[in-house]
Design a protein around this ligand. Structure first.
Ligand code: 5GP
Ligand code: 5GP
Length: 227
């Protein structure tokens, strides 16, 4: 009698443990896109990828699992190294939409490796490597940030625009309020560096952000440099 009860109980506990280990370990994603002009016109400067100067468009920085309180997990699985052969079919789209601008010039693999290992491994319960990079590409395609801003008269021409006009343009076009992050150019002007959009845990849809990132913008009017 004892053993017939004990075995199902063990199975139940094991099943529960498997379930819990696969349960979501984060609350939402940030899809973070960077303006290349603002990465490059800083004191640190930049290096174009080996494949040439990227298009004058926002590029993906990363798809980052996050918690609702603003904190985030990182480097979640040392046993899941980046494996470029799993994303062979995505390479050309990645070079266009997720270019690296760090120095020295690279082909993107180091950037993508860093993003997978730091962030992607924290959403492995929902997306494998191919799914992770594919999801970011698909999400970027759904919202053309540059087009949205240009339609609102906000152009990458070195002009200054109010933070609220940038945020409003994106909210009115997409239904979602973005996070805006600034950095500073060589003349210490605060400029539009990254735009954060929030995404549900299956990386299939945009959502309202549970929490917005620190903007680091030191004025209400910020530069949108050319690239
Ligand atoms: P920084 O200190 O330059 O803002 O960020 C350095 C790195 O920390 C980012 O590239 C990213 O990997 C990570 N990071 C910064 N802020 C956040 C955040 O709000 N959420 C997540 N998930 N990662 C972040
Ligand atoms: P995170 O800030 O996501 O933790 O780290 C970004 C890392 O990727 C840094 O080590 C940075 O040098 C490298 N990286 C390579 N290319 C780029 C790029 O185009 N933009 C940014 N922000 N980081 C890049």
């Amino acid at each position: 009698m004892k053993s017939t009860v004990a075995i199902p109980l063990r199975v139940l506990v094991a099943t529960l443990l498997v379930f819990l280990s696969k349960a979501q370990d984060f609350d939402f994603f940030y899809l973070v896109q960077q303006w290349p002009g603002s990465y490059c016109d800083t004191q640190q400067s930049c290096c174009y990828p080996a494949t040439g100067k990227p298009a004058a468009d926002f590029g993906i920085h990363g798809l980052w699992p996050n918690y609702n309180d603003g904190s985030y997990p990182s480097n979640c699985d040392p046993d899941s190294p980046f494996n470029p052969s799993e994303i062979n079919d995505l390479t050309s789209k990645m070079q266009t939409n997720w270019p690296t601008l760090a120095c020295p010039s690279g082909n993107g693999l180091k950037f993508w490796e860093h993003e997978w290992e730091k962030h992607g491994t924290c959403s492995e319960s929902v997306l494998d490597q191919h799914g992770y990079f594919q999801a970011a590409l698909t999400l970027k395609k759904q919202v053309n940030l540059l087009q949205i801003l240009e339609n609102a008269g906000i152009q990458p021409n070195g002009g200054f625009y109010s933070l609220s006009s940038i945020s409003t343009a994106i909210r009115e076009a997409t239904g979602y309020t973005p996070g805006i992050e600034c950095n500073v150019d060589e003349n210490r002007n605060s400029q539009l560096y990254q735009i954060y959009m929030c995404v549900n845990t299956s990386a299939s849809n945009f959502i309202q952000c549970p929490v917005l990132p620190n903007s680091r913008c030191s004025s209400q009017r910020i530069e949108f440099p050319s690239f």
